[in-house]
Ligand binder design. Structure first.
Ligand code: ATP
Length: 317
């Protein structure tokens, strides 16, 4: 069996009083498209940095494709391509040379490195800029370049730390297509993002982090099913009070003019039963619409619940 792309156990890192990683355990399977979500300061970048040797963890273990990130640093690091949040690019050389140096650093012979650099620049669509320096690229091209640099060592695991932050819609879609293709070709992807829609669209599974630990790991669909949907039922005439519904899973009913707002987990499956119940009570249903819980709502609920819980624990202590 292939070793997981990432396997961390009880990972800890503190900066003074701040527990950036608080015993994080997480497994990402080889070939997965995995999302890491969490509010600012949740520990996502610290986690990524610990995988690539930029942060030395205080405790726990981290392996990449079965290689310990510290004891087997070289083996683990050579399998990872990192597109970080902050640019740390050599500004004095044309960008194709920067890529060749990077490939060389990972042990790729010079002639192969030249080819890899050309391929990477073509893949991200800035081959015509190959003789330009990094500083002279536009903001969008810089994003593309950072991805090319992550790709030049032909990594098995591509780590993208907020790759589409602040980019325009067109580039975002281009980048989505590019990384989806890479994943289809077998590259494992670890993506952090604050755009929940991005995670919903792209990721097989997501981990929601908060305060240095994971709150939940699931598929975006599973998470959304835990959220509260709203069934909007249009009635022929406005009721004076909210009807009582005898349908399992319904959380509440409110009246807004001639519309009933029925909140429920799994609204789309309950909608027909809601309609039947109302009709059996003599109501005439004129329209039915289901507003699904978004991943964003579930994310906010989960991280808020977690924060409230930790405040309550602190108060209790
Ligand atoms: N070098 C450092 N020195 C001191 N504190 C740090 C350092 N790096 C991170 N921290 C702290 O550790 C915590 C986790 O930070 P981290 O950057 O990992 O979060 P994040 O989830 O990546 O946040 P964001 O979404 O804002 O990028 C934060 O409280 C941060 O202030």
């Amino acid at each position: 069996m292939t070793a997981p792309a990432i396997d961390v156990r009880e990972l800890r890192k503190s900066y003074g009083d701040v527990q950036a990683l608080d015993g994080l355990s997480l497994t990402v399977e080889s070939g997965e498209f995995f999302g890491l979500l969490g509010p600012n300061g949740a520990g996502k970048t610290t986690f990524i940095n610990s995988l690539v040797g930029l942060v030395h963890a205080d405790g726990g273990t981290a392996e990449v494709f079965g290689f310990d990130v510290e004891a087997d640093y070289r083996e683990a690091r050579d399998r990872i391509g990192l597109a970080p949040q902050e640019y740390n690019v050599d500004r004095f050389f044309p960008i194709h040379e920067v890529l060749e140096h990077k490939a060389g650093y990972h042990g790729v012979p010079h002639d192969v490195a030249e080819e890899r650099a050309a391929d990477a620049l073509k893949t991200v669509g800035i081959w015509d800029k190959r003789d330009t320096r990094f500083d002279w690229l536009s903001g969008g091209m810089k994003r593309r370049f950072v991805l090319a640099r992550a790709l030049v060592s032909d990594p098995d695991l591509l780590i993208l730390d907020e790759p589409t932050a602040g980019v325009d819609v067109e580039l975002r879609r281009d980048l989505w297509e590019l990384i989806t293709d890479l994943n289809d070709d077998g590259t494992t992807i670890l993506l952090t993002t604050h755009y929940i829609e991005e995670a919903e669209r792209l990721c097989d599974r997501v981990a929601i982090m908060n305060e240095g630990n994971k709150v939940e790991v699931a598929t975006p669909q599973d998470l959304m099913e835990r959220g509260t949907d709203t069934v909007e039922v249009g009635l022929a005439s406005a009721p004076t009070t909210a009807p009582t519904l005898d349908v399992d899973g319904v959380h509440g009913v409110t009246v807004e003019g001639d519309t009933l707002l029925v909140t429920a987990a799994g609204g789309s499956t309950l909608a027909p039963a809601v309609m039947r119940d109302l009709e059996s009570q003599g109501y005439t249903v004129t329209s039915l619409d289901v507003r699904r819980a978004s991943l964003e709502e579930v994310f906010v609920d989960l991280t808020r619940a977690e924060r409230t819980q930790s405040v309550e624990t602190e108060v209790a202590q």
